[in-house]
Design a protein around this ligand. Structure first.
Ligand SMILES: Cc1cc2nc3c(=O)[nH]c(=O)nc-3n(C[C@H](O)[C@H](O)[C@H](O)COP(=O)(O)OP(=O)(O)OC[C@H]3O[C@@H](n4cnc5c(N)ncnc54)[C@H](O)[C@@H]3O)c2cc1C
Length: 418
């Protein structure tokens, strides 16, 4: 193992899509980057359905060819069985020439991490960042499994620690989102059928020839719970988004969460048909509590929070990974601009903050189901919606409509543009 340096230009904590992509973008600009990851790749991660927007960032990072070579499952769009109505959409109808993907996140994240290392980032796995002192020189304390505790000084620091939200907690700016109080429970099946974009049910062996959709369905009890079905190469990821109060009862029932999960899978009408011949993979159940939060601030002197470290609302639109990549791109831009001209450091930080806060606010507004009104009509969000193209407006309208969430899209968008 090489020694952890004492200084660098940019220290990045966390190597999910946000951290690894930020490391690559900054290396492309010639900066000295240290990337610290508390686990070892490949490691599991949630978030396997990707929208086609993410290619913009992988193109910029130069990692698209490597991802294409992996031959992840191309997904056609989404299929919803929601409150008795069945609706579907295909990305190609909105001008996308490249597919959306269903990815095994251990493999996907590992590719992005290796690409950052290949571009010259100094990466340290089994290395946990413990705390950060923002300032003109940022001081970061870490513990490395072999080297032990140490500190590293950097001109800039990026917090890409995901749901750990290291800096947000440290600065006490992370705010739980009371409107989205859910627990996610997900597990993996072998041999599941899937829904194609034309509304037909297909056996798993057809996934290479007839592209699957991400299938979503609402849970029958109130509270906007829902379920996903994501066809992967060797297995199928099935997840439940369950209101927190409902999960308390589930934990105390015989068999605990796993029994609850399997019972729900068997009771949801269309899902149970897809899973008719499938086998649950024992031990594959995972849980994340209270994953919805925002941050009152997403920067501090010398520091930027990106991806889930800056906030996360709800996985319904599969935009988490794309937002993490956007945060990586924007933070790298802001750091580069600041290092080229120190007088621009404050304005760069402000632009980053405004960009990420606005995207988060738009995403939060679009995630709100109709019954969660009052809804957003704020001018800032209306202005942000005007930046989307007509095709993108059509896509947002239709995708939010699949799960009964288009109320804020209608309020925020200018009918003429939409
Ligand atoms: C239930 C659920 C379903 C989701 N489904 C989707 C989906 O279908 N599509 C989608 O695009 N998004 C989805 N998301 C969101 C997606 O998972 C995240 O937005 C995305 O992974 C964020 O990337 P990131 O790089 O910010 O963080 P992460 O991918 O979480 O990576 C953070 C990294 O930081 C490391 N780390 C943490 N703390 C430290 C520390 N102190 N020191 C060093 N390293 C540390 C972690 O080990 C990890 O490797 C979902 C989220 C949830 C909760």
């Amino acid at each position: 193992m090489s020694e952890v340096p004492k200084r660098c230009d940019v220290l990045i904590a966390g190597s999910g899509p946000g951290g690894s992509m930020a490391a690559t973008f900054l290396r492309q600009k010639g900066y000295d980057v240290v990337l610290m990851e508390r686990r070892r790749h490949p490691r599991p991660n949630v978030g396997e359905s990707l929208i086609p927007h993410f290619w913009t960032y992988t193109d910029a990072a130069g990692v698209t060819d490597r991802l294409v070579a992996e031959r992840f499952i191309a997904k056609a769009g989404a299929f919803a069985d929601w409150e008795g109505e069945r609706r579907h959409m295909a990305f190609r109808n909105y001008g996308f020439s490249r597919p959306a993907l269903h990815v095994e996140r251990d493999v996907f994240d590992h590719i992005l991490f290796n690409h950052a290392v290949g571009n010259g980032a100094q990466a340290f796995e089994d290395c946990t960042v413990q705390d950060v002192e923002p300032g003109e020189t940022v001081v970061t304390r870490y513990v490395h499994a072999e080297a032990g505790a140490g500190t590293i000084a950097s001109r800039f620091m990026i917090d890409a620690t995901g749901q750990q939200a290291l800096l947000g907690r440290h600065l006490d700016v992370r705010q739980a989102d009371d409107d989205f109080r859910f627990v996610a429970i997900w597990g993996y099946f072998e041999g599941s059928s899937y829904m194609a974009a034309d509304g037909t049910m297909q056996p798993p062996e057809n996934a290479r020839t007839i592209a699957p959709t991400t299938f979503v369905t609402g849970l029958p009890y109130s509270g906007a719970g829902w379920c996903w079905h994501i066809q992967l190469r060797e297995s199928t990821s099935v997840g439940l988004i369950v209101p927190t109060e409902r999960i308390r009862q589930a934990r105390s029932q015989p068999g605990g969460l796993e029994a609850f999960f399997l019972q729900q899978c068997a009771e949801l009408p269309q899902l149970s048909i897809l899973l008719q011949r499938a086998r649950f993979i024992p031990g594959s159940l995972n849980v994340i509590n209270n994953y919805s939060y925002t941050s009152a601030r997403m920067t501090a002197p010398g520091c930027f929070m990106i991806g889930d470290a800056s906030g996360f609302i709800d996985p319904i639109f599969s935009i988490g990974v794309t937002l993490a990549m956007y945060g990586a791109f924007t933070a790298a831009w802001a750091i580069d601009r600041s290092l080229r001209n120190a007088e621009r450091a404050e304005s760069s930080r402000a632009i980053f903050e405004q960009q990420i806060q606005t995207r988060m606010a738009v995403s939060r507004a679009l995630c709100r189901p109709a019954f969660r009104a009052p809804a957003y009509t704020e001018g800032r969000l209306k202005a942000a919606m005007r930046l989307y193209s007509t095709a993108e407006h059509g896509l947002i309208r239709d995708v939010t409509g699949l799960s009964g969430r288009s109320i804020n899209f209608e309020r925020m968008s200018d009918p003429a543009a939409a």
